[in-house]
Design a protein around this ligand. Structure first.
Ligand SMILES: Nc1nc2c(c(=O)[nH]1)N=C([C@H](O)[C@H](O)COP(=O)(O)OP(=O)(O)OP(=O)(O)O)CN2
Ligand code: ZN
Length: 120
């Protein structure tokens, strides 16, 4: 699959991580300015006649979902799984690969130094 496109999205949310030692900083409620990156891929034969893997503009549906369901929310109230960056990446992939069949990877950043990705 030689063609890959990516687009970044941002939202802010709070969370606390279960299962950690009580004195772990992430066991306490805190917030992040999250960055989510979607990666979509295609073979040359599957590019649109224009030459797109998919129009970046089509991803506005994902932005609307982030704005409506995750932005300024408490992620523990939204997700069934512990809201780690890894679990978020997998959850977003499983949810959005139904809409975007070209989706190859979801990456989630909680801080400027960290990224988690789900690439099945
Ligand atoms: N593998 C993971 N490790 C951690 C996650 C995670 O989702 N996956 N999450 C957290 C915290 O929620 C938060 O992201 C804190 O991250 P961390 O880099 O440990 O915190 P700091 O920004 O304070 O790190 P400094 O190195 O002190 O700058 C923790 N771990
Ligand atoms: Zn955190």
């Amino acid at each position: 699959m030689p063609f890959r496109i990516t687009k970044k999205f941002e939202f802010s949310a709070s969370h606390r991580l279960a299962g950690l030692a009580p004195d772990h900083q992430c066991a306490r409620m805190h917030g992040h300015n999250y960055i989510v990156e979607l990666e979509l891929g295609a073979d040359e034969a599957d590019l649109s006649p224009v030459g797109f893997v998919r129009d970046y503009g089509d991803l506005s549906a994902f932005k609307n979902w982030l704005d409506n369901y995750l932005d300024h929310r408490h992620l523990n109230d939204v997700m069934d799984d512990n809201p780690t960056a890894e679990n978020m990446a997998a959850w977003i992939y499983r949810t959005w690969s139904k809409e975007f069949f070209e989706l190859t990877c979801v990456r989630v950043s909680e801080t400027p130094k960290t990224w988690a990705e789900y690439r099945p």
